[in-house]
Design a protein around this ligand. Sequence first.
Ligand code: ADP
Length: 542
Amino acid sequence: MPAGSSMMTMPLQISSLIRHADRVHGDVQIATAANGEVVHRQTWSDTHRRSSQLAASLLALGISAGERVATMAWSSHRHLEIYYAVTGIGAVCHTVNPKLFVEQVRYTMQHAEDAAVFVDLDFVPLLLQILPDCPSLRHIVLLEDDPEALRLIPTAISYEQFLAQGDEDFEWPGFDENAGAYLSYTSGTTGNPKGVLYSHRSTILHTWAQSLPDAMNLRSQDVIAPVIQFFHVNAFGLPCAAAMVGAKLVFPGAAVDAASLYALFESEQVTMSAAVPTLWQQMLNHLEANNCQLNTLERIVVGGSACPPKLMHAYQKQYGIKIRHVWGMTETSPLGVTNAFKAKHENIGEEQRYAVQAKQGRPLFGVEMKIVDSEQKELPRDGRAAGDIVVRGPWICREYYRSDAPALNEDGWFMTGDVGTLDPDGYMQITDRSKDVIKTGGEWISSIALENIALSHDSIADAAVIAVPHPKWDERPLLVAVLKPGSSAKPDQILAHFNGKVAKWWIPDDVVFADSLPYTATGKIDKKRIREQWRKQKPVKQ
Ligand code: ADP
């Protein structure tokens, strides 16, 4: 017993979440869908029972504490069971992102030295491609029974058969809360993906914080559809948070097209969901094209890239669905800031409220944040000075998994690679990723701010602003735009739309048109590819 306290010191363990959900919210459902229709239902109690049995099977297989067990799977009740079973025995659940390039998937599985993998049928061809290069993989479990897949991988075993081998009376073991639990890799837009290993302690603390009212505002009455997959930073933490608060979970599986999601949200009466802005834009197009409403959806969490104000307007004004803008990254578990209004914002004008909402949000308690200059000197929290955002806290990455890549600055703060402002009320606004900032004549221009203005033009469906070299100013902004079908807006008309919205020298020098923009595996505009294409092809006006 530590001196000075009379309190218990129980370790913060992820298995306590599923045990809690079993005892307190046992009859609440977990639904898994395919193509917009629920194909399987079970309860939190079923999930607890099956996870414990699976944990026993894993131990019997010889999986030991600290070993990595991979998943290559869509979100589903089975993925949820694995998520709790693997961490419950002290092993590490590596949620492989199968949407990365095949070389990156191979790299992450080799780097993690996964001992076993649970694989969906959809990803069997991918697994077969990399299997010869992953000698550490001793066991393969197929999530669906399929004779053809079993023929292709004769050593594989089917999930239900594997689970059934486990002892039903299994008891979750206790261990150090600092043990590794989930392993996520960054999408690796520069160099190889880097691994971040969350601990039990960091996960539980993050789960508590994310459930708070000004964060994701989660409660037992919620029906949560994590559209974001497990392999995208643990579905923004929702599989753990739903167990903590006792909410119903609805997994869309592979079908995250707007029509399937719409059907599922309506039939399961979903109240909250989380995804990247592009997905919410597709849903909006669906609602408009079909003249329909989302009748039970109260709020959506939007993160991963900046949420354009136009999207917020449409959801809030036309459909009465609240937007919660959030920012985070793999290295921050992922939630760092969330955007909720304060009491002082209740009676300010509508435009001002939208200006507050366009910011990414305020740090959660547990995340300390500041902005610094190139010498790591702190910059003022005045809402104007922009600098490198650095953070620290109990769910922020200290070092990369098995890597020397630098994570912290000399003062021990994690360098996010994002640039932004902090205002006196604590709201942070991202102006750019440091590599996307447009540096012109010694000043910085925010590509996000310019993209938001471009997207507010009626003719523009998608937009990216990149820096192109300039002999006098070093760099100048170029707008790469995708026009809406049937639109024939000309560059000058589009550029005129910027007048009065930003300083004159911020206005892009030119507009070029593309049929579509490339996106990364995590749904962000791939500026690296856009730069590669347009930096060479289009000389900017002098
Ligand atoms: P993932 O999206 O898989 O977490 P990363 O960890 O690579 O992938 O992405 C984190 C980055 O995404 C952040 O550093 C930031 O640049 C960007 N990002 C996340 N949320 C937002 C947001 N709300 N607005 C602007 N950029 C964001």
